[in-house]
Each structure stands twice: as C-alpha cells, then as structure tokens.
Design a binder for this molecule. Structure first.
Ligand code: GAF
Length: 466
C-alpha cells in the first residue's frame, strides 16, 4: 500500500530533524516530535470572541528532535535559522528571549507556570510550514516543543491543556494577543476531519471532511504578502470586538446570535466588526450542518457548492466588515472563482498570508494558471500553491538508528541553511553555507568512518490525542 503524501512528508521532515540533531549536537536524539500547521475552513477572528472555528491540520509541520542534557538549559538550533540559542530555564521571563527561540522558551516558561518543570534539553528544529503565510508556523513550533518537552519528562499533560499552555506562551511571553484556534488545531485535529471548536466551552467535535469523496480539493494559495500578528492591526481588531461587546452589555460577541443585534452600536466601525463575528459564527455552524446532513455521495456535490458559497460570503465579510483583506487576496479570490473554484476566501489573521480555495478536483490546474497570470499582470511575486489535506495532530514519531551510510570520508551535506555544524564523527564545529557540502577539517582517526549521511528511519508511533 502506498504511503499517503502527508505521512511521507512528516516522516521525511522528522528524519531531517534527527539528522540535524546528530550533526549539530553529536549523538542521536531521545525522540522526534512533530506538530502540524493549520488551515481554517471557516470562522476567522471568532476564537478570541468565544465563538466557533473549524480548522484542520495540514500535512506540513514542524519537527523537533530532542535529547536530554545535563543542567537547566535548552539549546536550540534550526534548519531554517542561523546559529544556536541557549536558554536558561531558571531565568525565563517575558521579553528576555527574542526571535524564533522565544516560542520554545515561552513554552518552557508557560509549562513552569502551570507547575510542569521541564528538563534541560537539546532541540533541533526542521519545518516546512512557510513563515508568514498564515498557516500557523508559530503554533506548530510551540506545539512540537511543548509535546516533546512534556513527553520527554513523562509529564502527564493532556493535549487540550497543552494547547492552552502554548497559547499562553504566545500571548504572554511572545506578546501576540492571539486566540486558541491554532494551538488547538495543531494538537487536536484528526486526519479526514475538521475540528469544530467552541472557543467558550472548549468543547470539540470531529467533523468528517474528505473533499476528494465529493470530487473536490482544497487549494492553499500563499499570496507571498507578509504581515505580522504583532504589528498592531490584529490587536486593534481584538480591542474593537471587546469594546463592541462592552457597549452591547454582553460578555463577548459570541453571546449575539442575530446580526441585527449589532445595529444598536452607534459607531459604524464597531457595528461592522461585530457583524462579521456574528455572521462568521453562523457560517461555521452552517458548514457543520451541511456536512452533518449526510446527503450521500450523489448529493455531496451540492453540499460542497453550498460550502463554496459560504466561503465567498466569508471573504466579503472579512473584506468589507472586518477590513483585513489585502489586494493580493482579493485578486486571488476573484481569479479563482472566475476559473471555476466553488468558493475561496482569505484565511487567518489578515493583511497577508494565504487564500483557501475549494476547487473541483479537475479544476486545480486552471485555478493555478488564472491566479499566477493575475499576479503576473500586477507585477506581484508569483504565488505558491499547496494542496491542503486534513491531516493528523501533533505526535511523537518512532525513530530507529540505522548506522552510518557508506562513503569514503567524513562529510556532511545539507540543503538547508545552517551556519554552524559539527562533524558527526569527531564533533569538530565548522561552517556551511546554503547548499554547500562540508568536509570535516580535522581528519581525526574517527573521521575516516565511512559516512555520507545520517541514517535515521522513522515510522509513525501511532497514538491519539489525549
Ligand atoms: C491568527 C490567530 F493566531 C488565531 O488565534 C486567530 O485569531 C486567527 O488569526 C484569525 O482567525 O491565526
């Protein structure tokens, strides 16, 4: 039986993280954990309003190869970043760690705050979730390290609790005022399902969702326009929603079920913001009702057409009422629909990132061509396309050390950018640049060990979200 593409990608990524660990730190890791990025079918900016969201996990994810070390320090390296980060576990406080290492550091800090002391560890990261594409690369990094550190230490933390801890790391340590959707998706989604998450009760329902069964596909279009959640607009939307709820006398906008209730708001901006949240919550529940009503294979095409219609409505709401769309997203949606997509909308926090399109299975080519042509006409950087298949939550992968591969010299080759590596044989540090090969400069006796690459092989460990 052939291995599903998502499984293969996850296995390869995990093997690469183990290789990086071996090359950077010497010796093998104690284990490799992997957490996926996410897409979201419906429900944008509803999570921090106590509303509903409907995300799914992507095949793309972040792998963390982790090994215990003596002392109270985390040492981190990443195939996507230069250098190494050293984090003193007993000296963690918001603002003390910056850059990408703030996410794993924040996780250790939030775990300690919840009463879970993690041990000193070496961590090698490798990710194929594009940064800034609105696919939750930061949640994938948080969740991979959170799961790794707790399982390594044998700490009994359930996945929902871990999601809350990872969110606290992002909110309070990194300083991004995000909701709970991304971490929940990474830790709780199941393959072939959407995750219906009630962000007030934190109740979850797995909603079966296999577009291929209906002759449809989900296409993610990375518009390559970049925007950070830290730069104010996201926080401003959140503050506006909270103000609208206060003025309406409700604990959160989730309490409203009829968009007409927002008419009481005198301020037109607050009225529009609130209307988006109320209508998007309704759209989430409508999608679930459509999928629940089980029309059988013959009726599925109609169901997916209706879901497509809701995606288009959601895009209009995000563009007109919430005002977080961007030119590349609007042009992408327009071009995709003109080329036959059933529906499309901007996805994530807004102002940059990706568009999600629901496309007839045979319509992906025309949609890609139409969107690429539109970008060319505008002179924009060409978009990237990713197939989005609802995949599985974060987990540990089984890895087996297979020994050195045949070769004639101590030689380490990587295609990723790494600024410092150690010889896998003698531990000598050296420097490599992008796509270069590296030869151990100290020809110690052990360096004659035939070696051309690490031999880690992985197999899914199985297991389900606790
Ligand atoms: C970002 C945030 F991290 C999420 O919590 C959510 O609010 C999303 O934007 C918008 O729906 O991904």
């Amino acid at each position: 039986m052939s291995e599903p593409a998502g499984e293969r990608d996850s296995r390869v990524r995990s093997e690469k993280a183990a290789e990086l660990f071996e090359a950077w730190f010497g010796g093998g890791p104690d284990g490799v954990w992997r957490a996926p990025g996410r897409a979201n079918l419906m429900g944008e900016h509803t999570d921090y309003n106590d509303g509903f969201v409907l995300p799914f996990a992507l095949g793309q994810g972040t792998a963390a190869a982790v090994g215990r070390r003596a002392g109270r320090t985390l040492t981190l390296c990443s195939a996507q970043e230069d250098g190494e980060a050293e984090i003193a576990l007993d000296d963690l406080a918001p603002g003390r760690v910056t850059g990408w290492a703030a996410y794993p550091a924040g996780v250790a800090w939030a775990l300690a705050g919840a009463g879970y002391q993690v041990p000193g560890a070496r961590i090698a990261i490798d990710s194929d979730v594009p940064v800034g594409a609105g696919l939750s690369s930061s949640a994938a990094l948080e969740c991979a390290t959170a799961l790794a550190l707790t399982e390594l230490a044998g700490l009994p933390v359930s996945h929902p609790e871990l999601a809350a801890i990872a969110r606290r790391a992002e909110n309070e340590f990194v300083g991004v005022p995000s909701g709970i959707m991304d971490q929940s998706a990474s830790l709780l989604c199941q393959a072939g399902h959407l995750l219906l998450l009630d962000c007030r009760s934190l109740e979850t329902t797995q909603v079966p969702f296999v577009p291929a069964a209906a002759g449809a596909r989900l296409l993610l279009i990375d518009t390559r326009a970049r925007h950070e959640l830290t730069d104010g607009e996201y926080g401003q939307r959140r503050a506006e929603c909270e103000q609208a709820a206060r003025l309406l006398g409700v604990p959160s906008l989730r309490s409203l079920t009829d968009p007409a209730e927002t008419d009481q708001l005198a301020d037109p901006v607050l009225r529009r913001r609130a209307r988006h949240v109320v209508t998007d919550n309704q759209r989430v529940l409508e999608v679930v009702t459509l999928l629940d009503s089980d029309p059988g294979p013959a009726g599925l095409a109609g169901t997916y057409r209706d879901i497509g219609r809701l995606l288009i409505q959601a895009h209009h709401s995000l563009r007109e009422d919430f005002e977080i769309s961007w030119p590349e997203a609007d042009a992408t949606v327009e071009a995709a629909l003109a080329a036959g997509a059933l529906g499309a909308r901007m996805m994530g926090g807004g102002f940059g990132g990706s568009v999600l399109a629901l496309v007839p299975a045979d319509g992906c080519g025309p949609v890609r061509e139409a969107v690429t042509e539109t970008f060319g006409q505008h002179g924009w950087t060409a978009p990237d396309f990713l197939d989005a298949e609802p995949s599985d939550h974060a987990r540990r992968l089984a890895l087996q050390w297979m020994g050195f591969e045949g070769g004639t010299q101590c030689r380490y080759e990587r295609k990723s950018r790494i600024s410092r590596v150690r010889s896998p044989s003698c531990g000598t540090p050296s420097t490599v640049s992008l796509r270069s090969a590296w030869t151990c400069p100290r020809r110690r006796p052990r360096c004659s060990t035939p070696w051309t690459g690490c031999r880690w092989k992985s197999a899914p460990a199985g297991g389900s979200a606790r």
